[in-house]
Design a protein around this ligand. Sequence first.
Ligand SMILES: Nc1ncnc2c1ncn2[C@@H]1O[C@H](COP(=O)(O)OP(=O)(O)OP(=O)(O)O)[C@@H](O)[C@H]1O
Length: 272
Amino acid sequence: MSQEPLVEIRDLNFSYDTRTILSGINIMIPRGKVVAIMGSSGCGKTTTLRLIGGQLKPTSGDVRVAGQVVHELDAKQLYALRRRMGMLFQFGALFTDMSVFDNIAFQMREHTDLPEAMIHDLVLMKLHAVGLRGAHNLMPAELSGGMARRVALARAIALDPMLIMYDEPFAGLDPISLSIVGELIRKLNDALGASSIVVTHDVQESLKIVDYVYFVSEGKIVAEGTAEEIKNSKTPYVHQFVWGEADGPVPFHYPAQKAYGEQLMEGAVYRG
Ligand SMILES: Nc1ncnc2c1ncn2[C@@H]1O[C@H](COP(=O)(O)OP(=O)(O)OP(=O)(O)O)[C@@H](O)[C@H]1O
């Protein structure tokens, strides 16, 4: 992709203590585009989002957002940058003791000096954008899973962010809600003129709405391309992931110590 980048990740390495999570990652998110980061559980997708948001610092390499190196910002600059990022956390995570209205107004009250009358209108506009204007008085417990996710989307765009990050936006949704949420991700991105990053396992749903995909496996980018290129990819890992095959480069079994009996048979256990 040759467009102007909003997010640029260069030669990024990240470890928790001695455990390497990401190695040599290069990702570019152009302005106006929706980009997916896909890969199996534990491959480092959420970690990548946390590095972009500045909650974690790289071991080496850097993440630039709107031209700024995130880990070089001081607390005030980082706060200002985060204000321009919207985030949908895994499972939406609404505040359960606040109404739908207050969940969305929360961001505006925290980060702006807008008068309450204007916040009121803006909240209703955001809810209208996700088709839930009529639900503003409900509590999260009164929402279906799909509605709750849409409220979380409205909250993620409360401050008109330039970058929206979605961590598993499709998890646990029925097929209809899934496609509504997918279409909203695309529609909200384009209406705001923002860029979006969608971290997901859900290949089929995201291929319908994204411009570009990065595949991460064991902390490295193993494939990338447009949705069309990914669908037609012959790369074994991508093929296995896209078509949900049990056999392929991704092992079915998590690497385990051999059972005691197996070790005995191989003479691997010393019996003194
Ligand atoms: N605070 C932490 N300390 C140590 N290891 C961690 C910490 N947080 C995450 N990890 C490990 O880092 C690896 C990557 O985690 P991450 O959450 O980025 O994966 P993921 O690709 O988002 O997975 P999933 O799709 O299951 O959410 C995992 O093996 C996880 O166990």
